[in-house]
Design a protein around this ligand. Structure first.
Ligand code: NCD
Ligand code: ZN
Length: 331
C-alpha cells in the first residue's frame, strides 16, 4: 500500500520486482516533476505497465497524485481516471522530492473538503519539515486535527514508526496506517549503533526497540486498521554510499520471503494475508485479488546488488548478501 517505483532506468529495474510478487501496489507520486494531474498520472501509469513487462497483466498500479491545490473539477476528473486511487500529501521539504508539497494545511482546505465529498482517500507522509528522531510524534496532532475536521475523509498515516502513533487508530474511525517491513525489523542500532550504515536510512527513521515492539504487537495481533506498505524506495548506490545519503530502503525484491520469515518467527503466519492485502481491501473497498503466490520454507541468499541498464542504476537491496529462510516457489 506504499511503493516508490521511480522512473526511467530505475523504474525498469524496480517494477518487475514488485509486479512479480504482488497483485497491486499504491504507487507514490514523488517524481521530479511530481505526478500532480490526470495527464501526468496516466502517462506514468503506462510507463509502469511497460516496465513491468510480462508481469503487468497481473499487477494493478493504484495511482496517487501529489496533493497541491487541486480544484473540485480536477479531483472529479481524477476520480474517473483509470487506475486513480488517492491523493498523497507531503509536507513541503519533508522527504525525497517533496519540495512542491503543502506548506500550510490551511492552503489545502478546499482540496481536502472536495476529496471528502468525492470519497477520495488522503495518504499523509507523517513528518513535518526536515528530520529529527521524534518528528513523527510532533506530527500526531496534525493527524488528529485532520481526522476531526474531515470526519468522512479516509486518512492514512503512511508508514508509522512509533508506539505513540498507535492509539490514534483506536481513537478515530477515519484514521488508518501503513507499516513497513523495515520498521518491524530494525531499530536505530542497525542504522547507527556501530558504524553508520546508510542502507538502513529511511524516512521516517527506524526508531527505538520499544517502538518496534509496539508495532510488532499491533501487526502480529492482527490490528485491522494497519496495512502493509513496504515504502520500498530504491536509490542508486552512488546516492546512498556518500556524504548526504538519500533516505529510502529498497525492500521490493525480498518482501514476501522476509515477511514470511518474520511472521513465522512470531507465530503470526495466519495474520500475513490480511496484513498484506485483506485489511486494505476492506478499508478501501478494493476488489479481491485473484493472483496467487506460493511461499515455501527454502533458504535463499539475497543478491548484493541489482544492476540496471546504465552504470548509475545500481541498487543495494535490503538484506543484501543475507540468507532468508523462505522463498517464493510459485508465481
Ligand atoms: C522515500 C523516497 O526515497 O522516495 N524515502 C524514504 O526514506 N522513505 C520517500 C518517503 O516515502 O519518504
Ligand atoms: Zn514512501
Amino acid at each position: 500500500m506504499h511503493l516508490h517505483l521511480r522512473d526511467g532506468e530505475m523504474l525498469k529495474l524496480a517494477a518487475p520486482h514488485s509486479a512479480a510478487d504482488f497483485a497491486g501496489a499504491v504507487v507514490m507520486p514523488n517524481l521530479v516533476p511530481p505526478v500532480n494531474s490526470a495527464e501526468t498520472m496516466a502517462a506514468y501509469r503506462s510507463r509502469i505497465a511497460d516496465a513491468a513487462g510480462t508481469f503487468a497483466k497481473d499487477f494493478s498500479p493504484l495511482m496517487t497524485v501529489f496533493l497541491q491545490k487541486q480544484s473540485y473539477e480536477e479531483l472529479e476528473n481524477l476520480k474517473t481516471a483509470p487506475g486513480f486511487f488517492a491523493m498523497k500529501l507531503y509536507p513541503a521539504g519533508a522527504t525525497t522530492n517533496s519540495d512542491g508539497g503543502v506548506r500550510d494545511f490551511g492552503e489545502a482546505e478546499e482540496t481536502l473538503r472536495a476529496m471528502e465529498e468525492l470519497g477520495i482517500p488522503l495518504l499523509v507522509h507523517g513528518e513535518s519539515n526536515g528530520f529529527v528522531m521524534d518528528r513523527e510524534t510532533e506530527f500526531l496532532p496534525v493527524y488528529r486535527n485532520l481526522a476531526i475536521r474531515f470526519p468522512k475523509l479516509k486518512i492514512c498515516m503512511e508508514h508509522i514508526s512509533t508506539a505513540a502513533a498507535l492509539p490514534l487508530l483506536g481513537e478515530f474511525e477515519n484514521l488508518f496506517a501503513t507499516v513497513t517491513l523495515h520498521h518491524l525489523l530494525y531499530t536505530l542500532d542497525d542504522l547507527a549503533g556501530g558504524l553508520l550504515n546508510p542502507h538502513f536510512f529511511c524516512k521516517p527513521i527506524v526508531k527505538r526497540p520499544e517502538d518496534r515492539a509496539a508495532l510488532r504487537e499491533a501487526v502480529f495481533g492482527g490490528n485491522a486498521k494497519i496495512m502493509f506498505g513496504s515504502d520500498s524506495a530504491p536509490h542508486p548506490v552512488s546516492k546512498k554510499e556518500c556524504a548526504g545519503a538519500f533516505g529510502g530502503i529498497y525492500s521490493a525484491p525480498v518482501l514476501l520471503p522476509a515477511l514470511a520469515e518474520l511472521f513465522e518467527k512470531n507465530n503470526a503466519l495466519g495474520m500475513l494475508n490480511d496484513f498484506l492485502g485483506g485489511n486494505a481491501r476492506r478499508i478501501y473497498d478494493l476488489p479481491k485479488a485473484t493472483k496467487k503466490i506460493v511461499l515455501e520454507k527454502k533458504t535463499q541468499r539475497v543478491p548484493e546488488i541489482y544492476c540496471g541498464a546504465d552504470t548509475e542504476t545500481r541498487v543495494v537491496p535490503m538484506l543484501a548478501g543475507k540468507e532468508i529462510a523462505w522463498s517464493v516457489s510459485e508465481r
